[in-house]
Design a protein around this ligand. Structure first.
Ligand SMILES: NC(=O)c1ccc[n+]([C@@H]2O[C@H](COP(=O)([O-])OP(=O)(O)OC[C@H]3O[C@@H](n4cnc5c(N)ncnc54)[C@H](OP(=O)(O)O)[C@@H]3O)[C@@H](O)[C@H]2O)c1
Length: 297
């Protein structure tokens, strides 16, 4: 597969929020920092090269966050890829602060979230963020207030679609009363994760973006009964692509060889790529509004 152009395309397409097409196999940028997801990577030029290579491989869904570094990775994305190629979807997140390496603290106060959005717009050099996640629900701030900031930003054109991260079905339902939810990002891989959120996302046409799809590297170790034609990482990614047409894995790596390896898994869990094909990878999205909630058992 190494010589294939755009190998990511083999994963099939999905319409985020019903109108934003991405190839299902994306790339998560969290590994492009120093140790502890803190500060700069040892070789920023290599990180920029890796981002450009991801796009060359046909990946058009990049997942980042203001918290990676913090700020480091959003800057790297801009420096590596701006002006952005047509069709590149950059998802970012706000609401998780970084007191130090490996430390993450949610802050969902409205004034802070508004500032997060403004600063991500500036760092990414975009007028509108394609997909903006509430990185964590802050338990000290009502969810309605946190979502209200994202809904306002959507209405004023600063955000195209809204996502939620580390979330339960009950919280998705609550949030969806305030704004349409286009994507959910939860920890999910072959050995971890809750299927109830995935099922809910399938039912309502919400993209399910599994974070830590390789269990933070644990699923990349060689297994005893190992198919030599497929690496353990590829098997883990193919499992996810095959699991659901709503599944948009974003494996993370800072290693160019691993990026190639992971992207070549796209063909292993392939789904139909053409709208209207029977596989429903491009199935119409059912908008999730407050009125739908009453119908939900
Ligand atoms: N919403 C959230 O709260 C949240 C939380 C965590 C992550 N995320 C997002 O999800 C993305 C993926 O999660 P993740 O990066 O934490 O974990 P992951 O994708 O499960 O695993 C990444 C780890 O696997 C290793 N790896 C990747 N490909 C490999 C391969 N082919 N062979 C061997 N080792 C390989 C990487 O090391 P190398 O660098 O050496 O390849 C890295 O240590 C992140 O980048 C981020 O965008 C979101």
């Amino acid at each position: 597969m190494r010589g294939t152009r755009n190998p990511a395309h083999a994963s099939g397409q999905y319409l985020i929020g019903g109108d934003l097409p991405v190839y299902r196999l994306g790339y998560g940028t969290m590994q492009l920092t120093g140790p502890g997801h803190w500060y700069h990577p040892a070789d920023p030029d290599a990180a920029k090269h890796l981002l450009r290579r991801a796009v060359e491989l046909g990946i058009n869904h990049l997942d980042t966050a203001d918290a990676y570094g913090p700020q480091t990775v959003e800057h790297l994305v801009r420096k590596a890829l701006h002006p952005y190629p047509p069709g590149l979807v950059i998802a970012t997140k706000g609401g998780l602060t970084r007191p130090g390496p490996n430390r993450w603290e949610p802050v969902g106060r409205p004034a802070y979230l508004r500032q997060c959005i403004e600063m991500s717009l500036r760092r990414l050099a975009v007028e509108r963020i394609d997909l903006y996640y509430l990185h964590r629900v802050d338990p000290l701030t009502p969810l309605a207030e946190q979502l209200g900031v994202l809904a306002d930003a959507q209405q004023t054109g600063k955000i195209r679609h809204i996502g939620l991260s580390k979330i339960t079905v009950a919280q998705i339902k609550e949030a969806a009363c305030i704004a349409p939810i286009a994507a959910v990002q939860n920890r999910y891989n072959r050995t971890e994760g809750e299927d109830d959120v995935l099922s809910y996302c399938e039912k309502y046409g919400i993209a399910f973006v599994p974070y830590k799809p390789l269990a933070a590297g644990a699923l990349c170790r060689p297994e005893r009964a190992h198919d030599a034609a497929v690496t353990p990482a590829q098997a883990a990614i193919a499992y996810l692509l095959d699991k659901s047409p709503n599944m948009l894995p974003i494996p993370g790596t800072s290693d160019p060889a691993h990026l190639e390896d992971n992207t070549n898994a796209a063909a292993l869990g392939a789904r139909p790529t053409t709208p209207g094909d029977s596989g429903t990878a491009m199935k119409p999205v059912v908008p999730l509004h407050a009125t739908d909630e009453g119908k939900d058992p």
